[in-house]
Design a protein around this ligand. Structure first.
Ligand code: EPZ
Length: 492
């Protein structure tokens, strides 16, 4: 960690900032500044001579994507490891009393942040290559995650389950993550921890979970809503609890199975992941091992949607076709050709797009994380399509941006009525969150003319080398960097 005292040239205001360490970091992120709350938990780590060591004057650089649309996509794209598996498996390494080697880690900012949190807790994190790290959690010195890091991502909640499961206590900042128009509740996580015997309280912005003196005890937990996060967190907390735990009405997403497979490969005893009943028999200890993360279903689906909107033919490589079924079926209904091979999909769109209706549901239903991208495709389909978002309260914050590009969409509560238009027109647009940002990139690729997409740090939370991968498919897209003119140094 490099700490810097930063002075804004324009206003003269001073702040402390840090450069996040290197594991999994993109070249373009190196040297950029991330804010440190001078009065927060990290302040203790400021060496007394901090002002002397690195006195530099820098301002944060913002990245924008400039897209000249209208070019069909052609070629091959390699899919990276799954973000939503990686951000659970990295905290899960805390449960392992040994060295675990994790392969196929995507190089995205959410992963960099998770690895940095682990390091702050005292874990050894060794970068083996671009997609492989070795994590050693045998000398953890704190069960309190740094406030300013943990509060930025939703996945920081997994540190609660992992720390509680291994050390019997956890203090983690209330999580951030994509804003879908309301509070993202964690009542089901708390219900699970409590059923295992833990006390849970919120104090000073932190969630504090504490196991009883004799440790957590297995329990039967029925989730009131199908929750990915709660299912993962209860698995993490119970893997070393005494006795048996059952999670009923569990989420079944591929990343749930991946977390269970990771834990089992380290010595856990988890059965039923991928069904709605998961049974966990507590074990004494998890030992080290090697594990490779599954390919990212949503990244693959995003490239498929990009081909559907912009046209062309792309071989999507390194995927698990079964995970793609719900997305493949919907795109085929829209008139997109999809040929399935062992670990690739050939996606082609030459003719017109047909209307379709979508309802998002937990896996194996149509994923909410593909809703913005598919809605964007439907904007270009003949006729009227209906989209129903049934997982999140409000995931239509991108609709206003699509309207700037000529889309015709009416949103009424959870339903969007999409009337197909002939084309999008390029425009200056702003990514409101990760998947919505990806949807806007898709719209820009399909549009006539030039688009400028700002706030792309949201997109870079979850897509590895998006610009490079699209350029390799012939897209006319580039990232440009310019100084942040806003007053606040912040990630947004
Ligand atoms: C995960 O979020 C993903 N994030 C999200 O992906 C994804 O949209 C979501 O699952 C649904 O698939 C990660 O894996 C890091 P949930 P999570 O708990 O775990 C309600 C992306 O774009 N709920 O399954 O936070 C909740 O309000 C991100 O990659 C409760 O009521 O989602 C929602 O309506 C964004 N109480 C529904 O359940 C709780 O305690 C599903 O949420 C928890 C959730």
């Amino acid at each position: 960690m490099i700490l810097l005292r930063v002075r804004r040239q324009r206003t003269g205001a001073e702040k402390f900032a840090c450069i996040l360490p290197g594991a999994g970091m993109k070249r373009r992120q190196a040297g950029k500044l991330f804010p440190v709350n001078n009065t927060g938990p990290w302040a203790e780590e400021l060496p007394q001579s901090a002002e002397k060591i690195y006195l530099e004057e820098r301002v944060k650089i913002l990245t924008k994507y400039i897209v000249q649309g209208g070019t069909p996509l052609c070629g091959e794209v390699e899919i990276s490891g799954a973000k939503n598996a990686a951000v659970a498996i990295i905290p899960a390494a805390l449960l392992v009393d040994g060295v675990c080697r994790i392969e196929n880690i995507p190089q995205i900012s959410d992963v960099t942040l998770c690895l940095s949190i682990l390091e702050q807790l005292g874990a050894g994190v060794r970068t083996i290559d671009r997609h492989t790290v070795e994590v050693d959690c045998r000398r953890i010195r704190s069960t309190r995650t740094p406030y300013d890091m943990a509060r930025r991502i939703r996945a920081s909640t997994y540190f609660i389950g992992a720390l509680l499961g291994r050390f019997g206590q956890a203090e983690v900042a209330l999580p951030g993550g994509c804003n879908f128009g309301g509070v993202r509740p964690i009542d089901q996580h708390v219900k699970g921890f409590t059923a295992l015997g833990s006390t849970v309280a919120v104090e000073g912005g932190f969630i504090r979970a504490t196991a009883p003196r004799d440790g957590l005890k297995g329990a039967s937990i029925y989730l009131d809503v199908v929750s990915v996060g709660a299912t993962m967190n209860i698995m993490l907390a119970s893997v070393m609890a005494r006795g048996n735990t059952t999670i009923e009405n569990a989420a079944k997403e591929p990343h749930i199975v991946d977390l269970a497979n990771f834990l089992n490969s380290m010595g856990a005893n988890i059965r039923g992941a991928g069904t709605d009943t998961i049974k966990i028999r507590g074990v004494e200890q998890l030992r080290g091992g090697n594990y490779a993360i599954i390919p990212d279903q949503i990244e693959a689906g995003t490239y498929m949607a990009a081909v559907a909107a912009a046209g062309g033919q792309v071989l999507v490589k390194n995927i698990i076709p079964k995970h793609m079924d719900c997305i493949t079926a919907k795109l085929q209904e829209c008139g997109v050709e999809v040929e399935e091979h062992e670990d690739t999909l050939l996606v082609r769109r030459n003719g017109p797009l047909h209307k379709a209706n979508i309802k998002t549901l937990p896996y194996p239903g149509f994923p909410t994380d593909m809703q913005p991208q598919l809605t964007t495709v439907l904007c270009l389909a003949q006729g009227i399509s209906l989209v129903t978002e049934s997982v999140w309260g409000n995931r239509y914050r991108y609709v206003d941006e699509l309207r700037r590009m000529g889309a015709s969409i009416q949103v009424d509560d959870k339903t969007a009525v999409v009337e197909g238009v002939d084309h999008f027109s390029g425009a200056p647009i702003q990514a409101p969150d990760l998947r919505a940002g990806a949807a806007l990139v898709i719209a820009a690729l399909a549009a006539r003319g030039r688009s400028e997409i700002s706030c792309v740090h949201y997109i870079e939370r979850g897509y590895e080398n998006l610009v490079e991968k699209l350029r390799a498919l012939g897209a006319n897209i580039r990232a440009v960097e310019e100084p942040d003119e806003r007053e606040e140094l912040g990630l947004g």
